[in-house]
Write a protein that binds this ligand. Sequence first.
Ligand code: PEP
Ligand code: MG
Length: 319
Amino acid sequence: IFQERFSRAKMPAITEDEVKFKILANISSPKEAKIAFENGADGIGLYRTEFLYMNRETPPSEEEQYEIYKQVCENMQGLPITIRSLDVGGDKPIPYLGIGEETNPFLGVRGIRYCLQNKEIFKTQLRAICRVSADYEIRIMYPMVGMLEEVIEANSILAEVQDELSKEGVEYSKHIKKGIMVEVPSILFILPQIAKELDFLSIGTNDLTQYLLAMDRENVSISKHYSALHPTVISALISIIQNSDKEGLEVSLCGELARNPKATNLLSSIGLRSYSMSSPAIPAIKEAIRKMNIKENKISLDDIYKWSTLSVVKSKLQL
Ligand code: PEP
Ligand code: MG
């Protein structure tokens, strides 16, 4: 039974009317990469590298990171891997990194903000990532980006690292793709400007929902209204996808929403063709896509815009 499940999982996700979807995995270790491959992931859409920095006293060295990233690539047998640079802060404190006490950690030194303030730690990680790109298809993704300045600075540090590697005669790919997590709402308003600096976007609905609705994603007393299917979030997704298409940017979604098969038809109706999720969810989402017929089942944007409260969305999607 397992054999059959795995071999079906590895088949591509194509709808009845032959529209192809990309189903990627969210992972945080080489072991999880193996599980992703077995579950039929078409690649890694989100490698959360912060776990590498946790439960220790000092940051992992370049060599240590290089070996681990290489292991992830090997376990995925050469499929494309999106490595997210260190996303420390917020709900992921790492004491030795020295962020210290903050009144609002979710609005403080988080993700790319930390890396731009701690260039040596950032450069060490970028060096390791670039080195693996010599042999594997690697993409770099920056988390928690909220403004163009951050992208420009991160890219220039990356260019600096590549320059140094060239001078040392160390190999790396010159075509490594660069992207950001779309999780800070300000990005919605500067997409055309930011597009010029990037190759792809990955929508992080967990944080995007939190920041759009100003609702802590962990706070159970407001969890009734915290939903990536809130009409506000759905409108944001439509805007991101339409603008990415216009700008020729690849776009994927890697928040928890991606793994909900009841949302797949909605997401597909708004034009999303690439999803990244935890591996155990992949076979069921692929099956759901194979049963879909986009021409017949597509929900119109006019209808979606009429779903004006979360309870209406829930009843429409039978959640
Ligand atoms: C997100 O914010 O949606 C996301 C995928 O990243 P993380 O859950 O690691 O913050
Ligand atoms: Mg996030």
